[in-house]
Design a binder for this molecule. Structure first.
Ligand SMILES: Cc1cc2nc3c(=O)[nH]c(=O)nc-3n(C[C@H](O)[C@H](O)[C@H](O)COP(=O)(O)OP(=O)(O)OC[C@H]3O[C@@H](n4cnc5c(N)ncnc54)[C@H](O)[C@@H]3O)c2cc1C
Length: 500
């Protein structure tokens, strides 16, 4: 059975029509007409996020323009016990912004202003609907940029990044969202405005900012984010290395890090991903290679020159069949163009793809790549790999056709096995895309019942009625026991989660 089937709601159910009409009238009493979408054709674009195999129409879509409006909407939904799913750009890959049928989607897209940019303090204060790349664009005239750079950065919002604790190519050296956000303002389900973090490096009390970042829209609705900006490095250079064996490429990643080098980015693509990206982006990739590594080094001119030589030597010693060093910025960007467009490129290979997101200890890369290929053969579904190799964050993309009976279920089962393999080797079931609906069963494998009870306790403290993004992120005890029975899984395998 697919993950969603059991909870799908019919948009035309007459009981929903009544609650829709009541809620609509109450919302229209204080919001402009264009801030509430009610008709099927209006809400249809919000029925899914980037994990488009799961779809559900919401009751209504609400698009506030101010923090005060967000507060009023949440207060109203709280009073009436209407579930709320916050949404940024809808690029999430774990079904986090998937609507619930008897709830609203609260889109933050219209809160999209950069409120302040302080070049001296190297900070920007922005509304949640500001796109990730727009922050870097605004900072560029000051020689600054915002480091976390998801491949979706042209579209995804900072509110979504905070909710997912998003990463990107540069996170190996510069950290994830959680390491680059200084403060967040959010509204609770009851409508209260709360501020976490600030300009001081540390604050007394529990570190609620770290807890909130990555909480997948389940604890509050973000209405303002203060991010740290970094100076654009003097020089950046990229190396492209080809291998005739994926395991050898996996070993090369370990060799670079073991030499004490922290590249600004260290990414790997396997044969199917290389071929798809090359056909799509014409980045100049060697299409006969079994794997390529892209390694970016940044810093001062001298630093980059020295590191480039070291990495080049290491790659050749690790068995690279070809190493190219970017001669100028245009060539460096061309190397990255293929990687940045790899997901849509792979998307052209099959009607559907399912992007997994496990993290493993780096030294396990060769073993996990080999076992992933074995699992793909067992489930008779092609898998392409394109991922943040430097931090062990895998993205196996499972290709399938949801219109073929049973293929979605087979893709889900294969994805589940790959994630459980990550846990088995000491890793985790998500690196940056979040749990959402997609990995909810594997939470039962990653965490013990006592650990999951702590998660539920946190949720209860922020949102006692469980109205914010219900059914996502943290599985109920019942779901875990059903999953264990159905899958024959022994359940929680490692205490890995306890050390997060
Ligand atoms: C082609 C492609 C490449 C990608 N590459 C990467 C990558 O390299 N790294 C990476 O980390 N991710 C990547 N992603 C995943 C995705 O872009 C990120 O998870 C991103 O942070 C989602 O932002 P969004 O604005 O689209 O959020 P949405 O998809 O709209 O929402 C994501 C989650 O955030 C919650 N949310 C959104 N806004 C708010 C808010 N204001 N307050 C509270 N909760 C909120 C939603 O409820 C949902 O749970 C990629 C996606 C695609 C399609």
């Amino acid at each position: 059975m697919s993950l969603l089937e059991s909870s799908q709601t019919d948009f035309h159910d007459p009981r929903l029509a009544t609650s829709r009409a009541d809620l609509l009238a109450a919302l229209r009493a204080f919001l402009p007409t264009d801030a509430v979408l009610e008709h099927e054709e209006q809400v249809r674009p919000y029925e899914c996020d980037g994990l488009s195999v799961y779809r559900q129409l919401p009751l209504l879509v609400v698009l506030p323009r101010t923090v005060a409006e967000v507060q009023r909407v949440l207060r109203l939904c709280h009073e009436r016990q209407v579930p709320v799913v916050a949404r940024g750009a809808g690029t999430g890959l774990s079904g986090g912004a998937l609507p619930v049928g008897d709830g609203i989607v609260l889109s933050l897209a219209r809160l999209n202003r950069i409120l302040a940019l302080d070049p001296a303090a190297r900070t920007a204060r922005v509304e949640p609907g500001v796109r990730n790349l727009a922050i870097t664009e605004a900072a560029a005239p000051h020689g600054l940029y915002y480091a976390p750079d998801p491949s979706s950065q042209i579209a995804c919002t900072i509110g979504g990044n905070v909710a997912e604790n998003s990463g990107g190519v540069h996170c190996l050296k510069y950290g994830l969202t959680v390491h680059n956000v200084l403060a967040v303002k959010f509204v609770t389900m009851a409508g209260e405005l709360i501020e976490l973090g600030g300009a001081a490096p540390d604050a007394p009390g529990y570190d609620l900012l770290a807890l909130y970042i990555g909480s997948e829209g389940m604890l509050g609705v973000t209405v303002e984010v203060t991010v740290a900006l970094l100076p654009v490095p003097e020089r950046a250079q990229a190396l492209l290395a080809a291998f005739d064996d994926t395991e050898r490429a996996g070993h090369a990643v370990g060799d670079i890090i073991a030499a004490g080098i922290i590249p600004a980015g260290l990414e790997m693509m396997d044969g199917p991903a290389i071929q798809a990206a090359e056909a799509f982006a014409h980045a100049g990739y060697p299409t006969d290679a079994a794997a390529i590594l892209l390694c970016e080094l940044d810093g001062t001119l001298e630093e980059v020159a020295e590191l480039t030589q070291q990495v080049r030597d290491l790659l050749l010693a690790s068995g690279a069949t070809l190493v190219q060093v970017s001669r100028d910025d245009a060539e460096r960007l061309r190397f990255w163009k293929g990687r940045k467009s790899a997901f849509p490129a792979i998307g052209r290979l099959a009607p559907d793809y399912y992007c997994m997101d496990g993290t493993i200890p780096r030294r396990k890369l060769p073993e996990v790549l080999r076992r992933t290929a074995q699992l793909a053969a067992e489930y008779r579904l092609p898998v392409a790999n394109v991922f943040h190799a430097g931090d062990g964050n895998l993205h196996p993309l499972i290709l399938f056709d949801a219109n073929r009976p049973g293929e979605l279920e087979r893709a889900e089962a294969l994805g589940g096995r790959i994630l459980e393999l990550c846990v088995e080797v000491g890793g985790t079931i998500t690196g940056e895309h979040g749990v959402g609906i997609e990995k909810i069963n594997q939470m039962c494998v990653q965490f013990s019942p006592a650990e999951l009870a702590q998660f539920r306790g946190v949720k209860q403290a922020f949102d006692p009625l469980g109205l914010l993004n219900p059914g996502k992120g943290v599985p109920t005890p019942r779901r875990c026991s059903e999953y264990r029975q159905l899958s024959g899984s022994a359940g929680h395998q490692h205490g890995a989660g306890a050390s997060h």
